[in-house]
Design a protein around this ligand. Structure first.
Ligand code: DC
Length: 222
């Protein structure tokens, strides 16, 4: 259950993966708050690199250009108010990474193998901040496959589209899921041993309560 990595950390990681708009962010935040763990949004990390590429006028459809951009990237990880952020030249582009241009560019950036290796290293480095709730697409399968705490969230396409529309975002979720699931490098899939939760008809409070119940049961001394 405890993870020992190259940093010799014994911190715990709760991996929350799933499809777009399946409630990963909301639930990961609720779980992190309830347990006083640190919240890591790995999608925001990929978005930050995509934004950086657009700023530099890189062709995000060119994997070689994206790999070079990533290799040369000078970034720092910081933990503020129990949330990990990836900084670009000391700046956290919180609003900028949510634009349509970044949403369009990010799946291409996230499909580059060198980028995924780089991200995995950075994401594992987050253990130095403490116990983590980390959300993404490949946390249970690729970033922390050794963790005992794996969850996979999903909801019907109609429900997920409704949630995105309520946020004011019109997005082709089916196309995005397809791209995330079909890429060669660390595709979105259900990790071995993951607890799958379809929350189409559940509130975030109900979903996070299910996650917390499982986590607490495993943490309880036998
Ligand atoms: O969760 P999100 O929509 O902010 O993620 C942005 C993109 O990054 C999305 O196309 C999936 C990708 N991503 C990924 O490939 N692996 C992760 N661990 C997190 C996100």
């Amino acid at each position: 259950m405890l993870i020992r990595n190259q940093l010799n950390s014994t911190n715990i990681v709760i991996a929350i993966d799933g499809t777009s708009a399946s409630g990963k962010s909301t639930n990961a935040r609720l779980v992190a708050q309830a347990l006083d763990f640190i919240y890591v949004n790995t999608g925001a990390m990929y978005r930050t690199l995509a934004w950086h590429g657009l700023q530099k006028n890189i062709d995000v459809h060119d994997p070689k250009a994206v790999a070079t951009l990533c290799r040369r990237w000078k970034t720092t990880l910081e933990c503020v108010e129990q949330t990990v952020r990836l900084l670009v030249d000391g700046y956290y582009p919180e609003k900028e990474i949510r634009t349509d241009a970044v949403s369009e560019a990010v799946p291409h950036v996230a499909a580059v193998a060198q980028v995924r290796r780089w991200m995995k290293e950075k994401q594992r480095e987050c253990l130095r901040f403490g116990n983590l709730v980390m959300e993404g697409r490949d946390i249970g399968t690729n970033v922390f496959p050794e963790t005992d705490f794996k969850f996979y969230l999903d909801a019907s396409l109609a429900e997920r589209a409704k949630r995105r529309a309520a946020e004011g975002v019109q997005e082709n979720l089916a196309a995005r899921d397809r791209r995330d699931s079909q890429r060669a490098s660390a595709p979105l899939m259900i990790a071995l041993g993951a607890v799958v939760i379809d929350n189409s008809n559940l509130t975030p409070e109900q979903t996070s309560a299910m996650i917390l119940e499982r986590v607490r049961a495993k943490l309880k001394p036998a």
